[in-house]
Design a protein around this ligand. Structure first.
Ligand SMILES: C[S@@+](CC[C@H](N)C(=O)[O-])C[C@H]1O[C@@H](n2cnc3c(N)ncnc32)[C@H](O)[C@@H]1O
Length: 234
């Protein structure tokens, strides 16, 4: 009688332990084959891995906050006709804000140099054009779309880059943007000194996002190559 009770109790304990460690009642091999947790594919983990590989290219401790991404996106005129190009799209926080704001995915081009982040962006935004490459070769990367750009939004950490790289990226932005086209950049330098941008880019608006960590500033510049005709594009 006592022995039967002990055997029954042992069976109950064994079943409970099995339930805790193996909720699907799968075998050990099945459990090993399971895909890794979504945690390891979260934007924050991807971003952190990239920082470890290339801290200078990332230039930030974490992806831009929703408020900062929204502040950038809201400066893009919804009625502009051409493509909106985002430089350094990372894990797509600004890209998501641009789409949520109303920029159609077919008009959004994301440029990113990291292969891993490009893979992630392609999965997240299957309708947008995601281009792997260095923003200093922008015109070449965009091919025939290079002639149809009206806005360039940048999440590039320009202050962390060598001057020569900043100059060549901004030269490409100038080549791409037509008269009246907009260049939107955020920075953690709250003084808003935009160095190396050609003189015919005029500052037309800015906004502070104090709740971002660290606080950031968004600046909007308009390309005014031909001042007399500047409103024509947007
Ligand atoms: C500060 S993170 C910004 C990511 C995202 N836009 C955000 O705001 O959360 C900068 C991103 O620019 C990318 N990047 C750095 N240098 C680049 C270059 N020369 N061309 C294209 N992308 C670059 C990095 O890989 C990184 O994803």
């Amino acid at each position: 009688m006592i022995r039967r009770k002990i055997t029954k109790a042992r069976a109950v304990v064994q079943q409970s332990v099995a339930k805790i460690f193996n909720t699907n009642h799968s075998t050990t091999e099945e459990r090993i084959d399971k895909p890794p947790s979504r945690f390891f594919h979260s934007p924050l983990i991807l971003f952190t891995r990239e920082i470890l590989h290339n801290p200078r290219a990332m230039g930030a401790a974490c992806p831009s906050s929703r408020k900062l991404s929204k502040a950038l996106a809201n400066f893009v005129p919804l009625d502009s006709q051409g493509f909106v190009v985002e430089l350094g799209a990372g894990t797509g926080s600004i890209s998501a804000a641009l789409l949520a704001y109303g920029i159609p995915a077919e008009r959004l081009i994301l440029v990113e140099r990291s292969t891993k982040l490009v893979e992630y962006l392609r999965k997240q935004f299957p309708q947008a054009f995601v281009i792997e490459g260095d923003a200093s070769h922008l015109k070449e990367l965009l091919g025939d779309k290079a002639h149809q750009v009206s806005v360039v939004v940048s999440g590039l950490p320009l202050r962390a880059f060598p001057v020569a790289l900043v100059q060549s990226i901004l030269k490409q932005v100038d080549l791409l943007l037509p008269n009246g086209g907009l260049f939107i950049q955020f920075t953690y330098d709250l003084r808003g000194k935009m160095l190396h941008l050609p003189r015919h880019f005029h500052s037309i608006a800015h906004k502070f996002v104090w709740s971002n960590l660290p606080p950031a500033r968004v600046d909007v510049y308009r390309n005014e190559k031909h001042k007399e005709n500047v409103q024509s594009i947007i």
